[in-house]
Design a protein around this ligand. Sequence first.
Ligand code: DGY
Length: 434
Amino acid sequence: MSELQKNAIRVLNNNWKDSFSIPCANLYPFQWFWDSGLIAIGFAHFDMRKAEREVETLLDSQWGNGFIPHIIFHTESDSYFPGPDFHRSDLHPESSKKYKSTGMTQPPVTGFVLEELYRIGIDKKATLRFLETVIDKVYFNHEYFYKNRDPQNEGLVYIYHNWESGTDNSPIWDDIWDTMNPPEYTFERRDTTHVDATQRPSKREYDHYLYIIDIAKEHNYSDAKIAELSPFLVQDPLFNAMLIKSNESLIALYKLIGGNEGKVAQLQKWQDKSKATFNKKLYDEELGVYVHYDLRNEKPLRYISSSSFSPLYANIPSEDKAASLVKVMMEKFGNEHQYLCASFDPTSERFNPKKYWRGPVWVNLNWMLFNGLKQYGFDDIAERVKQDTIEILDKNGFYEYFDSRKDMHKDGKAGYGGNNFSWSAALLIDLLKR
Ligand code: DGY
């Protein structure tokens, strides 16, 4: 086993907290939804029981309406803001009585994570037995999304907060901040005591983040009220691609398990409608990629980001559209001076290669792109994404995100944000086996 792989295993074991993992110490000291799912993929390669526990604990936080929160506050910690006292999940009548959490969610990765556990598992029968015990909770979560997050009944679900997107401070959200004028909050940031402030969102951006939560809290996190009133209401291609990929995985797994014809038929219905609207509404012919749609202001947000390419992973584009995505990706993001794949268009004036989701390379998006490119037969480019990912981790360590400019990597200091970051380690372990 290589040193890199041993180090990755060490990172995961250090971030394991008995029944779940933290993304990294200090900066993110609780369980996060999409982190948790992606972390389970790494554990599955060397400790299937931990992978299963990770998923079980995440699903245990599910609310009475099927919702799964983005952060589950299992423990006390004053190294993070905003904590449970700000989020107040107890305001929602169906929130978990067992765990404090946020009142927002994150990209629904759980369905495809279950299928990954099955792919990786050596004892397939045992893994399938485990999947049978949890799969209905994931189905219930999808039902929550389609029932509560699709006000125009289009097959596309909305997110109401940038933290739901996972791509927290993408330059795409700047357009939405321009429509808002939140109050100036007084609060103590904790993230910037752990990480260089130039790599994190600004104070003014945080005012917007907190204000959207306050509006939701005023209405006890009612989905209907949020759909009516939230200044942030977006159909996000990454988020919807994750849901569609997870639908596909649930269908495959229910078929393996047998029975459940009603659920398979319902999933297929959601799937067909979602894919059709996704291609019609989110594909921008002129840009040749998928873009976000601002549902509050009824207009597309015409920017190219790594999320624009993520539908490859969910088998959404036709062959022609896939070819267009890859062309744009290679022209704008993939010249010889750049590692694949920057999180935002490197040719845009909003690009910032050091700042959180405004430009750096992220391992989770690279992992999805690797899989998506393979599915469409772009094997050489998939291989480049894989090798780029291994190289940046090898040079810099298991950081949260990385500079996309190759010449910044000479002294091994091009890793930014949190260090010893779980999903960077977890997905490296998976990529090394592929
Ligand atoms: C943060 O605090 O930046 C988190 O990513 C929110 O999910």
